[in-house]
Design a protein around this ligand. Structure first.
Ligand SMILES: NC(=O)C1=CN([C@@H]2O[C@H](COP(=O)(O)OP(=O)(O)OC[C@H]3O[C@@H](n4cnc5c(N)ncnc54)[C@H](OP(=O)(O)O)[C@@H]3O)[C@@H](O)[C@H]2O)C=CC1
Ligand SMILES: Nc1nc(=O)c2c([nH]1)NC[C@@H]1CN(c3ccc(C(=O)N[C@@H](CCC(=O)O)C(=O)O)cc3)C=[N+]21
Length: 286
């Protein structure tokens, strides 16, 4: 089998159009656009580019988007103060603190400080708890965007065997929750998993969220599987590579996401979707 390519870039464009229409309706109803505020601490070049892209994407769909850049030596108290201001500002619907944070700042204290209703990343424990208990809340962008990709591929999830490699709070765990809620039989694998190859070979749906270039080999892919590659790894030659050996996996999968052009663009499109959703919910449109 040769896989069809799950074109995240094109599907993300479609999501952005949907959001743009929703934003226009929001503006007519409430007389102001949804607002997204992104906080970046430090100068990490990749993070600077990512956060600028988020700001630009918010403008393209008609939102008010603002990037707040804070120096690398910003203290935890100062960052918490900035978050408190944004929590209290009625024109702010979404708050995103770019990760990773410098080592003097405790990530959990920061994530816990964001108003769960404005937590468009879905990283606050309240939103994680809502997801785990099957109640509506803000869902992390990368897993939610990956579910949209599965839907666009027409993947049948009910009763399917899904394997998620990676158990981070921001990707692996919420992805597993979403697949479980969609009635898949879910296995979460990680660095202590024994015989990862055998576990992966069981997967009708395989999601790789590890951060190791081409860890997942072609012969670990079940014939006809749908493969979602979340990994974003910079190789020695300066290119981006996923966690999956793409060319080899393509020969066996039914659908596969490329890197770049797969999950990454969906993350940003879903962030816009979450911001619109948070704005509507805050103004009583639940
Ligand atoms: N496209 C996008 O929009 C996004 C892409 N990413 C990318 O996704 C990848 C994962 O991100 P994130 O979840 O934040 O990463 P983390 O580093 O937080 O988590 C990585 C996970 O992979 C597991 N792991 C590490 N090595 C192995 C191994 N050899 N075999 C099996 N499992 C292993 C770890 O296991 P353990 O828990 O045991 O340590 C951990 O659970 C990264 O490449 C990141 O850049 C992330 C966010 C968004
Ligand atoms: N609070 C927070 N929320 C995040 O969502 C968050 C974060 N912190 N920290 C970093 C990770 C990573 N992440 C990406 C988003 C888009 C692309 C993306 O658009 N990638 C393009 C290519 C980009 C390139 O060429 O470098 C693609 O895959 O096609 C990548 C990675 C969001 N993250």
């Amino acid at each position: 089998m040769t896989a069809q390519i799950l074109d995240g870039k094109a599907i993300a464009q479609k999501v952005r159009e949907e959001v743009r229409e929703g934003v226009a309706r929001f503006v007519s109803a409430y007389g102001r656009p949804p607002g997204l505020d992104v906080l970046l601490v430090g100068e990490d070049p990749a993070s600077v580019i990512y956060t600028r892209n988020k700001e630009k994407a918010s403008h393209e769909v008609g939102m008010r988007g603002r990037l707040h850049r804070l120096p690398a030596d910003t203290g935890e108290d100062e960052l918490l103060r900035r978050i408190a201001e944004l929590n209290a500002d009625a024109s702010v619907d979404g708050i995103l603190v770019q990760l990773p944070l410098p080592s003097q700042i405790r990530e959990a204290r920061v994530l816990d400080a964001i108003d769960p209703g404005k937590d468009v990343d879905g990283f606050h424990p309240v939103n994680a708890g809502l997801l785990a208990t099957g109640r509506p809340g803000l869902v992390p962008c990368t897993p939610k965007g990956s579910m949209r990709l599965l839907a666009e591929a027409g993947a049948r999830l009910e009763g399917a065997r899904a394997v998620v490699v990676g158990r981070s709070n921001i990707v692996g765990k919420p992805m597993a929750q979403l697949l479980l809620a969609a009635h898949a039989t879910v296995t979460i694998a990680h660095s202590r998993t024994r015989d990862l190859a055998t576990v992966c070979r069981e997967a009708d749906i395989l999601v790789a969220a590890v951060g190791r270039a081409r860890l997942i080999k072609g012969d670990w892919i079940k014939e006809g599987a749908v493969v979602i590659d979340v990994g974003m790894n910079r190789t020695e030659d300066g290119k981006l590579a996923g966690d999956v050996d793409f060319e080899a996996a393509k020969a066996r999968a039914s659908w596969i996401t490329p890197v770049p052009g797969g999950v990454g663009p969906m993350t940003i499109a879903t962030l816009l979707e979450n911001t619109l959703r948070a704005a509507r919910a805050r103004l009583g449109e639940g």
